[in-house]
Design a protein around this ligand. Structure first.
Ligand code: GAR
Length: 198
């Protein structure tokens, strides 16, 4: 058993509700004691992201790195890696981080980079997943936690949650139903991942 502190860095772009669910689980389930794990920082590519204020209110260190200040995807990802690596993360958690990652970034965090996507992957990678599930006539939708590989919204699956698509569903209604499950699924998948680590 290792007694090394396991730092978790969470990347967000928006509201940060998954981040908050993870932070609450970490506190309520005492991840510090159980796994020697703590949320070291929440970082956003959107300086105005509401989730940054939310993280601060939860007492978590935050950082912002505006992707618009960089002239290439590679230079942004290099600066982001430097910021993240300042926290020596055991795990980097993408929680509504709406950026396509460079292969160099993905390789740098291989085996310690996970994402949640609001569809039952491999169905509907990419954007507008809820509307696409409705348009395709799916009776079920959901969310997937997966390891991140170079291909967008692919990579080995860690956990899935399924919700029904109801008659007359709008994308917003379905997204809200899926999000409730994301808030349960993602903390559990992270706890399982931490548990599996030496
Ligand atoms: C979540 O539904 C998450 O699955 C999705 O963005 C939302 C973020 O909400 N992620 C993606 O679409 C990534 N491809 P949050 O900021 O409230 O956690």
């Amino acid at each position: 058993m290792s007694f090394q502190q396991k730092n978790i860095v969470i990347l967000i772009s928006g509201g940060g509700s998954n981040m908050a669910a993870i932070a609450h689980a970490a506190q309520q389930q005492d991840w510090d004691k159980r796994f020697k794990a703590r949320i070291a920082a929440v970082i956003s590519n959107q300086p105005e992201a509401k989730g940054l204020q939310l993280a601060q209110s939860l007492g978590i260190a935050t950082g912002a790195l505006n992707h618009k200040a960089f002239d290439s995807r590679e230079s942004f990802d290099a600066a982001l890696m430097q910021l993240i690596d300042g926290y020596q993360p055991a795990l980097v958690v993408l929680a509504g981080f709406m950026r396509i990652l460079t292969p160099g970034f993905v390789a740098h965090y291989a085996g310690r980079l996970i994402n949640i996507h609001p569809s039952l992957l491999p169905a509907f990678p990419g954007l507008h997943t809820h509307q696409r599930a409705i348009d395709a006539g799916c009776t079920e939708a959901g969310a997937t936690v997966h390891q991140v590989t170079a291909e967008l919204d692919h990579g080995p699956m860690l956990a899935q949650a399924v919700v029904p698509v109801l008659p007359g569903d709008t994308a917003e209604a379905l997204a809200a139903r899926v999000l409730v499950q994301e808030h349960l699924l993602y903390p559990q998948a992270i706890a399982d991942w931490l548990q599996s680590q030496p």
